[in-house]
Ligand binder design. Structure first.
Ligand code: KG4
Ligand code: ZN
Length: 361
């Protein structure tokens, strides 16, 4: 079945067509980064207006790239939340109208869960998806630092999340303090490659506590105080700061994943990593080295890791996109998560605030 995926939760408009949750026929994304860069972050009202002007042209482009007519779509999946309410409403309204006119099912999906399907899209064709579970799923993005236990492609139990800033948000804020452009993640990663780790030792967040959570605001405050007491930053100093900061930002995630996984009563089959920060090469390297097993040249197990295999999205599916929405929609559809009854739709956009409350139970 061909599923159209629509994403409009933040500053990327994504429209994609995916067959049976696996084969991406088209994935079109309109990125608003340069528009929001002048403000140092996403302006919700501007984001909503941009989605409004981008969504229909992207839909037409996706149909064109996939070489299909709208009538061939079997269902429509759309991000329901969490996200910016005005931005979400654009995607949801478009999806509802289209599903109604085509008389196809509409599948509301959770944006954070959908990110994980960005990683599942990278699986080799022969991998049986159910063999990855029970597994851990880590979403590290501009809005979320969430660790889940997954027991199927649609069942997520939240094990830990950030008590304050998200990891990607912290990269963006630290970059701003250092006078670097938005978004900060890719710039910090680039600078960190030339940096010396020993120059700026970083404090460990939540270090003395057995708290099963992540925290980034203390690291950001530490960086702000450190930089305030330094002379104007030269290139080497920026690189050294970026290097120290990045290692601790990722070190915390690795320590907490080990701690939390240690509580689980059964062996884990995989770690799926997704979200904008999963594009970071150093992050992938550290996760693989610290949590993955080690295999010899012949594929034999050399060192037992926390998980036998880790999966990361292809770079274009790390940040927000419609393909991950359509792919997740397929698995939701298999489980009966779609609605045919448009008039009686009771679901609507939900914001990060309501999301945090509902996940906390
Ligand atoms: O997933 P995403 O597009 O947005 C949300 O759904 O939140 O992630 C965007 C975030 C930004 O904070 C950006 O700085 C961060 O991902 N990011 C990175 C890298 N590329 C993007 N962080 C660290 N290293 C990168 N290479
Ligand atoms: Zn996202």
């Amino acid at each position: 079945m061909l599923i159209l995926g629509i994403e409009s939760s933040c500053d990327d408009t994504g429209v994609a067509i995916v067959e049976d949750g696996k084969r991406v026929l088209a994935s079109c994304v309109s990125n608003q980064t340069t528009i929001h860069a002048a403000f140092g972050g996403v302006v919700p009202e501007i984001a909503a207006r941009e989605h409004l002007s981008n969504i229909y042209p992207l839909f037409e482009e996706a149909l064109h790239l996939a070489g299909i007519k709208a009538e061939e779509l079997g269902a429509i999946a759309v991000t329901q939340g969490p996200g910016l309410v005005g931005a979400l409403l654009v995607g949801i309204s478009f999806a509802k109208g289209l599903a109604s006119s085509l008389a196809v099912p509409l599948i509301p999906v959770d944006h954070v869960h959908a990110h994980i399907h960005g990683a599942l899209l990278a699986l080799p064709a022969e991998t049986v998806v159910s063999s990855l579970f029970p597994g851990l799923a880590l979403v590290v993005s501009g809005g979320h630092t969430h660790l889940y236990l997954m027991t199927s492609a649609i069942s997520f139990t939240l094990l830990a999340s950030s008590v304050d800033d998200a990891c990607g948000e912290c990269f963006d804020k630290v970059a701003k303090i250092m006078g670097l452009p938005y978004p900060g993640g890719p710039v910090i990663e680039r600078l960190a490659r030339q940096g010396r780790l020993a120059r700026f030792p970083m404090p460990r967040m939540l270090a003395n506590k057995k708290q099963r959570a992540f925290s980034y605001s203390g690291l950001k405050t530490h960086m702000a105080a450190l930089i305030r007491n330094l002379p104007p930053l030269d290139e080497q100093t920026k690189a050294d700061l970026a290097c120290g900061f990045q290692e601790e930002a990722f070190g915390q995630i690795i320590r907490k994943v080990k701690l939390i996984a240690g509580d689980l009563p059964y062996p884990l089959q995989s770690l799926l990593v997704a979200g904008g920060v999963a594009a970071n090469g150093r992050f992938r390297e550290l996760l693989q080295a610290e949590l993955g097993g080690e295999k010899g040249a012949g594929g034999e197990r050399m060192k037992q890791g926390l998980v036998p295999s880790l999966y990361f999205p292809r770079l274009e599916y790390c940040a927000d996109n419609g393909a991950m929405i359509a792919a997740y929609g397929w698995y939701r559809m298999l489980e009966g998560g779609a609605s045919q009854n448009f008039a009686a739709q009771s679901w609507d956009a939900y914001s990060s605030y309501r999301y945090a409350k509902s996940e906390a139970g």
